[in-house]
Write a protein that binds this ligand. Structure first.
Ligand code: PLP
Length: 416
């Protein structure tokens, strides 16, 4: 069997960074992934928030076919039309002024951190008092390369690779007093996910975003919002910070930006861009003609099909249904999210794992993050019927689990 031979070959040949689920996918159609046996899985994770238009979307296939025949790569030594065309769409949608194209989330985040240091350096040259320190958030996730992992909270991601970047301090997320206590003119930037993804789909409070904006504005420090998971329309607005009355100085995009083709972007203000000159930063592959053409097709399709409004509507429907489940099953302790960035928190890590496994047996893909948080990042094209299928499966699994818990309790009574 293909799965078994592949699994055995990988076990010998690959660096063991992943603990994969025993599934081998060969094709996709809409919101479904199809494995080597032809079984169809409802994908409520879409990569990890990547396949915004689902699988086999004609606009993506056409863009790849067209652009791959014309030109795949030129380097950043020459012009092609894609970067400016895409940057125009991104700046209009985000309220930012300028764009730098990278390849992945972590690379965009690294660049954002470098821009902040360079900007603080420029302010110092101009006579302002501002340091080089970063304030990052507890439960944050910004990626795996050094700068990103240094600003990522969980010790398991950082500590094996220490020493990480000095000059990073963590603040309790949504704790305005802690943020104020740790902020000073030593700080060059505050780093926030408007809705923490990996950390458990936790939205920033309006007060916290406002405080971060006001503190940074007073000293010339930057507010950098990581939209790599929440951005590009998933939450019903182009960027999640647009749910707040706050405009950051820098934001980063990646995961869904080119619908499955790797592409990252740093979006910044004119003020930040002032600190960057030719030769200071760059990339071989970033913003290549192929990735840009696909991203343009994705953004145009999101507009044409009204997918941000759709994400809001289906996301509300999804969260209402989960809240309904929560009234029936004590094991669900919280439901939260925005648009199609949705979470249901359960009461034990063991139940979280069981639900992921049993959903997989029912051919539905979800993920559990931060031990107890069932995370749903489906394609934006998800329908209410797809939601109904997922809810029915969750209801069944939770009913089974409650029955098992009750049986174990009565057994305890008998034997005790
Ligand atoms: C996934 C993610 C990253 C890292 O992106 P990669 O493309 O995996 O490097 C950074 N920040 C957030 C919020 C993410 O969800």
């Amino acid at each position: 069997m293909k799965l078994e031979t592949t699994r055995a070959a990988e076990a010998k040949l690959l660096v063991p960074t992943y603990d994969r689920n025993p599934l081998l996918f060969e094709r996709g159609e809409g919101v479904f992934l199809i494995d080597e046996k032809g079984d169809r899985y409802l994908d409520l994770l879409s990569g990890i928030g990547v396949n915004a238009l689902g699988y086999g979307h004609k606009s993506i296939e056409d863009a790849i076919a067209r652009q791959s025949k014309a030109l795949i790569h030129t380097s950043n030594l020459y012009f092609h039309t894609g970067q400016a065309e895409l940057a125009l769409r991104l700046t209009e949608k985000s309220g930012m002024d300028r764009v730098f194209f990278a390849n992945t989330g972590t690379e965009a985040w690294e660049g954002a951190m470098k821009f902040a240091r360079a900007h603080a350096g420029l302010l110092r040259e101009e006579g302002r008092t501002i340091g080089t320190k970063f304030l990052a958030m507890e439960q944050s996730f910004h990626g795996r390369t050094y700068g990103s992992v240094s600003t990522t909270y969980k010790a398991k991601y950082r500590e094996p690779f220490g020493p990480t970047l000095p000059g990073v301090e963590f603040v309790r997320f949504n704790d305005v007093a802690d943020l104020k206590a740790k902020f000073s003119t030593d700080v060059c930037a505050i780093l926030i996910e408007a809705i923490q993804g990996e950390g458990g789909i936790r939205p920033a409070t309006a007060e916290f975003m406002q405080a971060a904006r006001e503190l940074t504005q007073a000293t010339g420090a930057l507010l950098i919002v990581d939209e790599i998971q929440a951005g590009v329309g998933r939450t019903g607005k182009f960027c999640a910070y647009q749910h707040y009355d706050v405009q950051p100085d820098i934001t980063t995009l990646a995961k869904p930006l080119a619908g499955g083709v790797p592409l990252g972007a740093i979006l910044c203000t004119e003020e930040v861009a002032r600190a960057i000159h030719p030769g200071m930063h760059g990339t071989t592959f970033g913003g290549g003609p192929l990735a840009c053409a696909v991203a343009i097709a994705v953004l145009d399709e999101i507009d044409r099909s009204g997918l941000m409004a759709h994400a809001t509507e289906v996301g509300e429907y999804f969260m209402d249904a989960l809240r309904g489940l929560a009234t029936k099953h004590e094991a669900i302790v919280d439901v939260r999210g925005k648009g199609l960035m949705v979470a249901a928190e359960v009461n034990t890590a063991e139940l979280g794992k069981t639900i992921v496994r049993k959903m997989l047996e029912r051919k539905i893909l979800i993920n559990c993050t931060s031990e107890t948080v069932l995370r749903f990042l489906p394609p934006y094209i998800l329908s209410k019927a797809n939601v109904d299928q997922a809810i029915a499966a969750l209801d069944e699994i939770l009913t089974e689990d409650a029955a098992q818990v009750a049986a174990a309790k009565s057994e305890e009574k008998v034997s005790g």
